[in-house]
Structure formats: C-alpha cells, structure tokens
Design a binder for this molecule. Structure first.
Ligand code: RM4
Ligand code: MN
Ligand code: MN
Length: 434
C-alpha cells in the first residue's frame, strides 16, 4: 500500500512546469545574455562545454548535516536510496548539471541493483565513483576501526577493510560505476601512537590488495586529508602521500583532491596543476571552508580561489587534450547545517558552473605571452578580467538549452518542492549518512 502511494506521490518536475517558469523571465534573460555573450569569444563553444559538464551529487548530502553538538533536520529528507535518487533527479531537472550520483557504502546499499539502475536512468542519472567507509564501525561489525583500518597493526582488521572495499567494487559493478574513492580516516591522535613507516606500509599493502580486485576499466581514487578525526598524524595526509600510494599502485590509481582537506592557505591550484602534469589527478570534491573541513557551500567563502583552481584544471586538462566532463570525477562533498540541502546543492552547482565558465573565457594566448615576458601586471589583469566578467547569463543560457531552469532556486521555491517532499515523506524523516 505504502509503496504504491509513494509511487503516485513521487515528486517530479515536469518539462512544461519548468518551461512555464522560464517564460516568466525569458525576455529579461535574453537581454542579459545578449550583453554577456558580446563580451566573450565563441559563446556557443563555452555553452556547449557548460552543458556537457556534470557534477555528481553524493548520496549523503541530501539530508541535513550536523555538528558534534547537534543536528537540526528540516523535514522531508529522503528515507531510502530510491528517495535520494528522486532528490537528485529534481536537482538535475532544475539545473541540467547534476546528472550523476555517488554512493557511500554501507550508508546506501542498493538492494536491487537493476531496479536502482533503472530508476536512476529514468531521472537521467549515472553512477559516479563508489565510496567505501572504514572510518566508522557498523552494527554487527566483527573488528573495530578505532585504531585505523588499512593501517591497523592487526592483519585481521586490515583484511576486513580490504574485503569491504572489494565488496563496494562489487556493488559498483552492478550499477555501472567505474571508480572507487577511498578516504581513510587512519592516522594517530598522539605522538608515539603509530610507527609512521609501518602505518604507511600496511596501508599500501592493503590498497594493493584492493587494486588487484579492481576491474581493468576502473580507477581507484586515494583521497587525502591533513586532519580530522585524527589530529596528530594522518596516514594519507597530503597530496604527496597520496601520490606516493597512487604511484606505487599503478596506472589505474589516482589522487583525489577535496578542497577542504588542506592545511590553511595551501596553494590548491598549484597542487592540481602538478597532479595533472603527472597524469595522477583522478577526482575532485568541491566544497568551501573558512576554518578547516567545513564542507560549506561551494564558492561561499573563497570564490576567487575556486576560479584559480578551475583555471589550472582547464589549462592542465587542455594541455593533455582531456575531456573536461569525463576524464576526471567531479563531485560535491558538502554538508548543510542551516540550509535546505537541495537549495544548498543548487547554490554549489551554480558556483561551480560560474567558476568553470570564467576559466573557459580566460585569454590563454595573452596569458602565455604575459608569462613569457614576465609581465606580472598583465597576467593578473587577464585572470581578473575573466573573473570579473558576469557569466551568470551564459550559465543560465546553458541550462535553458539543456531544458532546465533559467533560475533553479526560484523554480524550486515557486513549485514548493520542499513542501511537497515533506508531504510525501513527513516532517521527521531522516536520511542515512553522517
Ligand atoms: C570525509 C571525506 C570523504 C567523505 C566523508 C564523508 O571528510 O571528505 O570524501 O566521504 O568525509
Ligand atoms: Mn571528500
Ligand atoms: Mn571532507
């Protein structure tokens, strides 16, 4: 009964609903688009790239996040993987750029892979990287990860972590995913707790076993993080350590950069440039931060840094003739304590598209010349010219051409999406995840 009712009540934004909303702002949009496109070379080429660019939404970002002090859920949270797919389907209908989902196991185990795959396809979604979890103990789990997983002094714990990752690959294969993201919380809280060399060796050996189980057409991403939950040392603490692991593992292994995982003021744009040069950048987790791994809305604190990172990403990918959309795994890794998660994700995707668009309009020829001539002032002018261009109408036009909303947030509110989700799922529904 409940399943049938749910099926009928499922929240979908129909094409004509979006078109109706677009009509309201179309003439205003046309004017600003005309103005914006006159400012840049080959706007159609830029728009095509924007339309192709898809950013995966993680299955754990759809519920309200919290801090260690509390959690204030907003209602209508997805109660199952099916409902999470429904949420991402709504985002994708609104912005045309959220056409992929990234699953965390065991938070979102697909019980019937075929049905889940079909449902995702109905919403135009594919399965991006699979994420394993050896940073928490699950109910009924035999051995604890309290003192690490792949680094653990006890071989049996390491094996449990390896087996879990192999199981995640199995789920991913069933869904058509092609990559595994490994983030380890392994490290130590106090000096003397760990032998750094042994912790590294154990982790490497564990990763090597997972690597052996990786299908030929898959990639494994090793995500680094300088702190938290361990604060004295982290076994995959920075891009150097990640690069050591991925270099030793082989050519299916890549480093994954999460914006919030660096020590303060790190030059992330330089890190991505060099990883790309070494053909070792595999994936990217977007968020923003003021303090540490705050997981705030992308572009909400340091939009210029985001632009500078995109500048290096585009320059580095073009140097290697990579496909911007397909050759790296793009994902939002954010959490929302005080906002509606879906609205927050719409804002994050918008910020990413703006930074990407701005990096596409940089006058690269002139920049190379300026660099060659040590003309520091001109080099800065060129970057800031792109950054200070209002590309929002270009990004909106890309959405319009993809059949999505000119103004996703406005449509979300006009169509009372959250109110409908609360009706469907209740005030007190809680999503799985952190
Ligand atoms: C970590 C890291 C991982 C994410 C978990 C939930 O800090 O960013 O990518 O899977 O959080
Ligand atoms: Mn991450
Ligand atoms: Mn993180």
């Amino acid at each position: 009964m409940a399943a049938v009712a749910k099926k009928n009540n499922i929240m979908i934004l129909k094409k004509d609903q979006i078109e109706q909303n677009n009509k309201k702002s179309l003439s205003k949009h046309k004017k600003s688009f005309e103005f914006a496109s006159a400012e840049i070379d080959s706007p159609d080429k830029v728009i095509k790239k924007l339309t192709d660019f898809q950013v995966a939404i993680p299955s754990w970002a759809l519920g309200t996040g919290g801090t260690r002090f509390g959690r204030f859920p907003g209602g209508g949270e997805p109660r199952s993987l099916e409902e999470k797919i429904e949420d991402i389907g709504l985002l994708h209908a609104l912005n045309g750029s959220s056409g992929a989902i990234s699953l965390h196991i065991p938070w979102d185990i697909p019980k019937d892979a075929n049905a889940i795959k079909k449902l995702a396809a109905q919403h135009g979604l594919r399965f991006d990287a699979m994420n394993s979890n050896t940073f928490q103990d699950q109910p009924g789990q035999k051995l604890s990860y309290k003192f690490g997983s792949m680094q653990h002094v006890d071989k049996a714990v390491r094996k449990q972590a390896v087996d879990h990752n192999i199981e995640v690959i199995k789920y991913g294969k069933e869904l058509g995913s092609k990559s595994l993201s490994v983030w380890l919380s392994d490290g130590s809280c106090f000096p003397g707790q760990l032998n750094f060399r042994k912790a590294f060796q154990n982790t490497l050996e564990s990763l090597q076993q997972v690597y052996k189980a990786l299908p030929d057409d898959w990639k494994i991403f090793v995500e680094y993080k300088a702190f938290e939950p361990n604060f004295y040392s982290t076994t995959v603490g920075d891009w150097g350590q990640s690069l050591l692991y991925t270099s030793k593992l082989g050519n299916k292994a890549f480093t994954l950069v999460d914006l919030g995982h660096h020590l303060a003021n790190a030059n992330i744009e330089q890190i991505v440039a060099l990883l790309l040069m070494e053909e070792k950048l595999g994936g990217f987790h977007f968020n923003d931060s003021k303090f540490s791994d705050d997981d705030l809305t992308v572009g909400s604190i340091k939009p210029y840094q985001l632009f500078l990172i995109f500048n290096e990403l585009v320059e580095g990918m073009d140097a290697r003739k990579m496909n911007h959309d397909h050759d790296l795994a793009w994902m939002i890794d954010a959490s929302h304590n005080v906002k509606d998660p879906l609205e927050d994700l719409l804002q994050s995707v918008e910020a990413i598209m703006i930074a990407y668009a701005q990096s596409l309009i940089i006058d690269r020829k002139k920049l190379v010349e300026a660099q060659q001539n040590n003309d520091v002032v001109t080099a800065q002018e060129i970057l800031q010219q792109a950054y200070r261009t209002d590309v929002r109408p270009i990004v909106a036009e890309a959405r319009l051409r993809a059949g999505a909303a000119l103004n996703p947030l406005a449509v979300y509110r006009n169509e009372k999406v959250r109110e409908n989700l609360i009706k469907e799922r209740g005030e007190k529904s809680v999503a799985t995840g952190l």
